[in-house]
Design a protein around this ligand. Structure first.
Ligand SMILES: Nc1ncnc2c1ncn2[C@@H]1O[C@H](COP(=O)(O)OP(=O)(O)OP(=O)(O)O)[C@@H](O)[C@H]1O
Length: 254
């Protein structure tokens, strides 16, 4: 297995509480791994450690073999680790197309003085349109970002992450707060990205049907510890995982 990201004994303690406790895991390149676990298990904290929003108390993070443990979030984004809320340059009063084109442009390092390079500019426009189509926002290309529905905004964020050539996408409950009609669309978007086969996705999700539908593998966090890591069938048949969800382990595993 070729891994894109690896954590070794990753831990973080807030006051006396260890929210992520010595987690060692490998994320396989170009696959989709879900992170599941009861509320408060440490899933979002684990994401914050991977994206650099938090620095670990102990342990290391390697991205493509490089130690990124102390690297700040901006550098990690440049290296290819992308988390949607890291995008601070979504301009509400620009159209979806303009937002994605700016992300493409920033990735290409092209400045205004170079816009005279007509062909390059056209290529960037084409790429922006392709990404909007990929996330089913083609018809909204000329809509101002501020006017998008919640689910559409999440899709725009994903298009912008892809424009930044993100190799590892960290998706934290992408369907949270969405209407029932919007959920299948985002599911489709994630499936399409997965089928393209050149991105790795790490997904936090509570909807188990979605997790089972999408995941190549699943890791289970429980009280900050890695309780299990394996393919979906293994995880579903794991007695410890079942106990954790039924509450049987709550007292033992602290
Ligand atoms: N900045 C912080 N300061 C103190 N405690 C924190 C901080 N961030 C998280 N925690 C605690 O760490 C634990 C793990 O929280 P986290 O949000 O990572 O869980 P989660 O698995 O994402 O939960 P949920 O599914 O409810 O989103 C919780 O007990 C939480 O209160």
């Amino acid at each position: 297995m070729e891994s894109i990201l690896e954590t070794k004994d990753l831990s973080i303690t807030f006051g006396g509480h260890t929210a992520v406790n010595s987690v060692s895991v490998e994320i396989e390149k170009n696959k989709l791994k879900s992170i599941i676990g009861p509320n408060g298990a440490g899933k979002t904290t684990f994401f914050n450690l991977l994206s650099g929003q938090l620095k670990p108390t102990n342990g290391k993070i390697f991205f493509k073999g490089e130690d990124v443990t102390r690297m700040n979030p901006t550098y990690r984004t440049r290296k290819g680790i992308g988390r949607s809320f890291q995008i601070t340059n979504v301009f509400p009063n620009l159209t979806c197309f303009e937002n994605v084109r700016l992300a493409v442009q920033s990735q290409a390092g092209v400045r205004y003085r170079m816009l005279s390079h007509f062909k390059k500019y056209k290529d960037m426009e084409r790429k922006a349109y392709e990404l909007l189509e990929l996330v089913y926002l083609g018809e909204k290309a000329m809509e101002l970002a501020i006017n998008l529905a919640h689910g559409e905004k999440r899709k725009l964020e994903i298009a912008m992450l892809l424009a930044l050539e993100t190799e590892l996408l960290l998706l934290d409950e992408p369907t949270a707060g969405m209407s029932l009609e919007e959920v299948p669309k985002i599911l489709d978007v994630i499936k399409k990205i997965k089928e393209d086969g050149n991105r790795t996705i790490l997904l936090i999700e509570h909807k188990m049907d979605m997790v089972l539908d999408l995941s190549d593998s699943i890791m289970v966090l429980f009280n900050g510890k890695l309780l299990a890591d394996g393919d979906p069938e293994e995880i579903m048949n794991n007695d410890q995982v079942q106990s954790a969800y039924l509450g049987g382990l709550y007292d033992d595993a602290s």
